[in-house]
Ligand binder design. Structure first.
Ligand SMILES: Cc1cc2nc3c(=O)[nH]c(=O)nc-3n(C[C@H](O)[C@H](O)[C@H](O)COP(=O)(O)OP(=O)(O)OC[C@H]3O[C@@H](n4cnc5c(N)ncnc54)[C@H](O)[C@@H]3O)c2cc1C
Length: 373
């Protein structure tokens, strides 16, 4: 029998952040996770080649909040690193996101005159409202249709919010964040330090052992919300990536940057990651050859492969049904990227977890030991 004041299901960023804050404030906490490792989706490890690899896809950290940055710096040093991504268009490697200069090159100085002017009703129209069609077709349409496995007009317009155009001469993926950096010894090490001496039980699926787990104050569940409710309204749709890892022992460098996108339908891959490029300079030179991950999108049935919530109205509404049930539960909080069926960047997931921890403390009238959110 597991019995604690707070039982936290999930050792990812959301669960670990909440666990850390509650523990810092004198609470009695345990973390359960069904995987055999900590850190959830940001899990990384040293491959036999010597390269640091992110098992569930590349994670580039960026952050604009001093509070989140200071919190994380308690658990790791960071080194400056900012993602530079290329798209392979024909035989050329082109910068992604594109910048103003490039748009003018392919669509002329007055390209803004011909953008979509009405009220956008889908992803394609929302993109065409902010860029010329030439750009959309070269870089975005094929990539997006591969990513989601449907036509662009079937996707929600809100998805276009994540597509940005850089100013002239800017090449980084997220130039507007104050910190673009990576934890010096990886995310797993950072999460391990965050958890510290909080008890953790790995390879333990809470949903298979519900009757053996008692949370005297609150259960915090960061797994998939549809699975929590035994899929009673049906399954929420996700996309995931099939990942093929390739160790090229004789090759020093395969591609110019960490990530090369394949935006056309001519290649089933959506992107290839070359891990060396994100390593600290001191470690990079020790890698034997080079290590790649080729990603190809698919629709996962198994909840352990859930990655990107599907951006359409049907799934938004389905989630709302589950959320209404979750809101009606006493002393159970369902949260995190899988609990809220929402794509959170890492800094957003941590910021959200800090806010939730603060709400929990208020609810249970826990006096803060340190200043929180
Ligand atoms: C492919 C991909 C790439 C990404 N790249 C970036 C990036 O470059 N930059 C960025 O800022 N963000 C990125 N993100 C977002 C980042 O992964 C999330 O912000 C972060 O993982 C959220 O953490 P979480 O704790 O909410 O979820 P998770 O990390 O998924 O943690 C949930 C945990 O709950 C456990 N669990 C679930 N059900 C049960 C159960 N029944 N019993 C026990 N344990 C259970 C799971 O095993 C898991 O460990 C990316 C996301 C994806 C999908």
């Amino acid at each position: 029998m597991i019995k604690k004041d707070f039982v936290i299901v999930g050792a990812g960023l959301t669960g670990s952040t909440i666990a850390r804050i509650l523990t810092d404030n004198g609470q009695n906490v345990i973390i359960l996770d069904r995987r055999e490792h900590l850190a959830g989706n940001v899990y990384d490890y040293k491959h036999e080649s010597g390269a640091m690899i992110h098992k569930y896809g590349p994670h580039y950290f960026r952050c604009g909040s001093e509070k989140i940055w200071n919190f994380l710096n308690r658990f790791t040093d960071f080194y400056d690193w900012s993602a530079k991504i290329l798209s392979k268009v024909g035989d050329e490697y082109l910068n992604w996101p594109v910048n103003q200069d490039y748009i003018e090159k392919i669509a002329g100085k007055n390209w803004q005159e011909s953008v979509f002017k009405g009220e956008a009703s889908n992803f394609e129209e929302a993109c065409l409202a902010k860029m010329p069609r030439e750009l959309y077709e070269l870089f975005i349409k094929g990539y997006t249709e591969k990513q989601w496995g449907v036509r662009d007009i079937e996707l929600d317009k809100d998805l276009a919010v994540r597509i940005t155009i850089n100013k002239s001469n800017v090449q980084s993926l997220t130039p507007n964040h104050k910190w673009n950096a990576l934890p010096r010894h990886g995310y797993t090490e950072m999460v391990k330090n965050m958890i510290g001496d909080i008890p953790v039980k790995l390879e333990y699926d809470y949903l298979l052992h519900k009757d053996d787990v008692v949370a005297d104050k609150m259960l915090i569940f960061t797994g998939p919300i549809d699975e929590f409710f035994s899929y009673k309204y049906g399954k929420l749709k996700y996309r995931g990536q099939n990942r093929r890892v390739e160790h090229l022992k004789e090759v020093n460098q395969y591609q110019p940057t960490i990530q090369v996108n394949y935006p056309g339908h001519y290649d089933p891959r959506i992107r290839t990651i070359e891990w060396k490029h994100l390593m600290h300079p001191d470690e990079k030179e020790k890698v034997n050859g080079t290590l790649l991950t080729h990603e190809t999108p698919f629709t996962p049935e198994n909840s352990t492969s859930y990655e990107y919530p599907f951006p359409d109205k049907f799934n938004k509404n389905l989630y709302e049904q589950y959320k209404a049930d979750a809101d009606a539960l006493e002393n159970i909080l369902i949260c995190g990227r899988l609990g809220e069926y929402r794509y959170y960047d890492m800094d957003q997931a941590i910021g959200r977890a800090m806010k939730l921890a603060s709400d929990i403390m208020q609810k249970f009238e826990i006096a803060p030991v340190e200043e929180l959110a």
